[in-house]
Design a protein around this ligand. Structure first.
Ligand code: PGA
Ligand code: ZN
Length: 418
């Protein structure tokens, strides 16, 4: 049992210079927890609703003062001087207080801020590191996740010059996070040199810090990643594998996929992805099909699911009901877990449990709009994610998470997955 004294929040800016919020939760014994909330650009239609002011006079309408005020008034009035038995107890209370199906009344950003700040306060009260508190909550043994590190960006994160949104690297057989980052840095530098040579471009980076030259096609993007791995002295596939976020909903309209100048139906889109996986060392394909194309997902999973992670981001939206349906219809085999897609830690934990029960892999993910907060690293380690997806190694809102993993490795003796 622990009593909340008060909750509060302040509007801050994220890595895109857009407003988000930093929430505070003070317990009756004086313990303070705080957490900031990330925000996506290529959002799924089934995501919980992020409350924005819509006032064009501030931040082009994207202000978060309404969400801040929801925390300071409605939520604070309801939770202050009230006892909560657990995280689940508070989260259930917040969901009921909101009362809508998609958290539209209080805002998923306001609700998640309070959910996370309460979690941090509970960890501090128990004098436990955040990851250990989260692991205890989930009933799992904490472990360091394997990073999927962004190399190249396209789609909505880089002006849409090429269809695929992210090409990432996954370092194989590395014993430590520190070694993973070392290899990633070598590959990133090789990629930057290659881009300078082929496209005459300086190191200009996209939302998640990835390189974003005007690739002529998705295939060119994948080819450049392999070339960068080789030029850094590693074996593609063996030492460094690739993962992609196709983010197909972004280029799907009228039942067709508009990719690299071609218009494909779902069968040909699946064929296209199968070709990519044959030609390049891809171990994971995220959002290969549109978020509403359930038949396409089943087709892709049937075709490639035995050897490739068929990873649902916008498709699943960390939503237990959608995950359940995807399990039953055999439409995916991996979950991208983003807590702000669903709005509370407890619902995200339910999503994790469903995925684990089905034998799925889990990727704990940041958003393209991030802050310097590092709770995501603790979440990925505490909930024993197979992977963590944070972006590239060039921007501090990303590095805050990688650097926290390094801390957990050194100071808490956590080890990566094999
Ligand atoms: P988002 O992108 O945060 O803009 O949704 C991340 C992703 O698609 O994985
Ligand atoms: Zn995605």
């Amino acid at each position: 049992m622990s009593e909340i004294e008060s909750v509060s929040a302040v509007e801050i800016l994220d890595s895109r210079g857009r407003p988000t919020l930093l929430a505070f939760c003070r317990l009756a014994d004086g313990t303070l927890g705080q957490a900031s909330v990330p925000s996506g650009a290529s959002t799924g239609a089934a995501e919980a609703l992020e409350l924005r002011d819509g006032d064009p006079r501030r931040h082009g309408g994207s202000g978060c003062l309404k969400a801040v005020s929801k925390i300071k008034r409605e939520i604070n009035d309801a939770v202050a001087r009230r006892e909560f038995a657990s995280q689940a107890d508070l989260d259930r209370f917040l969901v009921e207080l909101d009362g809508s199906a998609n958290k539209a009344s209080l805002g998923a950003n306001a609700i998640l801020g309070v959910s996370l700040a309460f979690c941090r306060a509970q960890a501090a009260r128990r004098k436990a590191p955040l990851y250990a508190h989260l692991a205890r909550m989930a009933g799992v043994a904490p472990r360091l996740p394997q990073p999927m590190i962004n190399l190249f960006s396209g789609g909505a994160h880089a002006g849409g010059q090429v269809a695929i949104q992210d090409v990432q690297i996954a370092v194989r057989n590395a014993q430590t996070i520190s070694r993973v980052l070392e290899v990633a840095s070598d590959v990133f530098r090789a990629a930057a040199a290659l881009i300078a040579e082929r496209y005459g471009e300086r190191l200009l980076t996209a939302d998640e810090g990835g390189l974003a030259p005007a690739f002529e096609s998705s295939e060119a993007m994948l080819g450049a990643a392999v070339a960068a791995i080789e030029s850094a002295g590693f074996h593609p596939g063996e030492d460094v594998a690739l993962t992609v976020d196709v983010a197909a909903s972004q280029f799907h309209s009228d039942g067709r996929y508009h990719v690299d100048g071609a218009t494909l139906d779902r069968e040909r889109m699946v064929e296209q992805i199968a070709t990519w996986t044959r030609r390049y060392p891809l171990i994971s394909v995220e959002d290969g099909l549109d978020e509403a194309d359930w038949s396409g997902w089943r087709l892709l999973h049937e075709r490639l699911g035995a050897n490739t992670m068929i990873l649902g981001d916008d498709f699943l939206c960390t939503n237990p009901a959608r995950i359940q349906r995807a399990i039953h219809s055999s439409a995916a085999n991996s979950l991208l877990l983003k807590v702000n897609q669903i709005g509370t830690l407890t619902e995200a934990l339910e999503a994790l449990r469903l995925a684990r029960k089905a034998g799925w892999k889990v990727v704990v993910s940041a958003r393209s709009g991030e802050t310097e907060d590092d709770w995501l690293a603790d979440l990925a380690a505490g909930w024993a994610g197979d992977f963590i997806k944070v972006g590239s190694i060039t921007q501090s809102e990303r590095l805050a998470k990688y650097n926290r993993l390094l801390y957990l490795e050194e100071m808490d003796g956590l080890t990566p997955r094999d």
